[in-house]
Write a protein that binds this ligand. Structure first.
Ligand SMILES: [Zn+2]
Length: 443
């Protein structure tokens, strides 16, 4: 009797283990099945295709063909992919392209993905960078649609460079989509964040005046301006002229913790998920009280770092009264060669940044920057609001930045341009932004 009971117990244990294993498998099958199928080594991988918003083919999974035009291939390479780019859609959306679902598997064939980007706009942006490394991005701050997203350097995925050619410095960081995965010194575009903090936390900002000394010493460290910016400047004037001395003084008045809190509230210190891709995270190190480091951190130097995607979203938030709409890549998904929807997209999601009044005041000030400093002419009739930046990066020419949006319900576009080692932000990066806006709004 004892022996029988013992055997029964062992059998029960074995059965329980089997059941546990089977349950674990089922849970993982439902949760991760799509990833298994979408894995690069899988035989079902990529039966679908990727198109831009106008139906231009960017990649056909069945034939392995890319876009017809070499310019488009190069300008969309980071988005569409090459297996070495972790954030490419061929990597991130392999499961969707395969058309997999847990009940029918891949029996109904692949899915086609239609992106929000306009391939021609991407090509214009890539060409406008003129062979420099950098990032160009534009999105609709009401709907979240990403219309343009370029990371440079790039290459033609149809004829990729050889392994030895890739070692050349001109291909440095080529397998990173800088928009999603990199962080950069922002320079003066960070003055937008410092200004938001001043507007909300410095009660006397309206009567505050500052005379630019050209350079000043804080705790043994020099703060310098490229020129004398003027006497008795208002906050708006100091912002439009991008006076480093004024912003060092403001950073000292506010304190590092407060500046850091505004960078955090602006969404710059957390990653954001964009169509399944998690962005890199910026950072703001609090400099010692009353130090030159703290002074420089108000102008986007010292150890300030930003990620382009989160910064673009913050710009969208300023344009949209404090509601920053999360950018999205995917317009629609259909079962291949049909119009049947493959999956419902997630609804629009958004995060709130600063107060509505703060965003409104920032819009006025950024509009004034264009009128007073950068020149309206290059933007035609578009009410563009912007801030330029020329970020010192240790070696070589500074990084050129131009960041802003169109303050118009009918053309709700936010944009961000970075030209690495490009020189002056307003002229170099500003002209890329102007070209992009002209094409995006031409009808
Ligand atoms: Zn100055």
């Amino acid at each position: 009797m004892k022996r029988v009971r013992g055997r029964a117990l062992i059998t029960l244990c074995v059965a329980a283990c089997l059941l546990l294993g089977l349950s674990l498998f089922c849970i993982r099958y439902v949760a991760q099945g799509r990833d298994w199928v979408g894995f690069f080594g899988s035989t079902y991988f990529e039966n679908g295709a990727i198109y831009d918003r106008n139906g231009t083919l960017l990649y056909d999974g069945e034939t392995g063909d890319y876009a017809e035009s070499k310019g488009v291939r190069r300008a969309t390479m980071h988005l569409v992919g090459d297996r070495n780019i972790a954030t490419s859609l061929r990597n991130v959306m392999g499961g969707r392209l395969s058309g997999y679902n847990p009940v029918t598997g891949t029996a109904f064939g692949g899915h086609d993905l239609y992106l929000n980007i306009d391939a021609n706009l991407n090509e214009t942006a890539y060409t406008a960078l003129g062979g420099k490394k950098g990032v160009v991005a534009m999105y609709n701050y009401k709907t979240g649609e990403i219309l343009c997203l370029v990371s440079a350097p790039s290459f033609d995925p149809k004829n990729p460079p050889s392994a030895s050619a890739l070692e050349d410095s001109r291909y440095e960081g080529v397998f990173l989509n800088r928009f999603f995965s990199s962080t950069f010194t922002p320079g003066s575009i960070f003055k937008i964040v410092t200004t938001a903090a001043v507007l909300e936390r410095k009660a006397d900002w309206e009567t505050w005046r500052f005379t630019c000394p050209g350079h000043m010493e804080i705790d043994g460290q020099q703060i310098t301006c490229p020129t004398l910016h003027g006497a008795d400047m208002t906050l708006g004037e100091a912002f439009a002229r991008s006076c480093n001395c004024a912003y060092a003084q403001l950073a000292l008045d506010l304190g590092g913790e407060r500046l850091q809190a505004y960078a955090k509230q602006g969404g710059l210190l957390s990653p954001v998920e964009i169509s399944g891709i998690t962005t890199a995270t910026g950072s703001f190190v609090v400099g010692k009280a009353a130090s030159g480091d703290l002074g420089w951190s108000g102008s986007g130097q010292f150890q300030d770092m930003i990620n382009p995607a989160t910064f673009l979203m913050m710009l969208g938030g300023i344009a949209n009264d404090g509601n920053a709409v999360v950018p999205t890549l995917l317009k629609k998904e259909t079962i291949s060669d049909s119009k049947v929807p493959g999956a419902l997209g997630k609804g629009r999601s958004q995060q709130s940044i600063w107060k509505q009044e703060t965003c409104q005041k920032l819009r006025e000030m950024m509009r004034n920057n264009v009128m007073e400093t950068y020149g309206q002419k290059q933007f035609g009739d578009l009410p563009v609001c912007a801030k330029s930046g020329t970020a010192e990066v240790g070696s070589g020419s500074p990084h050129a930045w131009f960041a802003g949006f169109v303050d118009d319900e009918k053309t709700p576009l936010a944009f961000l341009v970075l030209v690495e080692n490009g020189g002056s932000g307003a002229s170099v990066a500003g002209s890329v932004a102007a070209k992009l806006l002209r094409e995006a709004t031409a009808q």
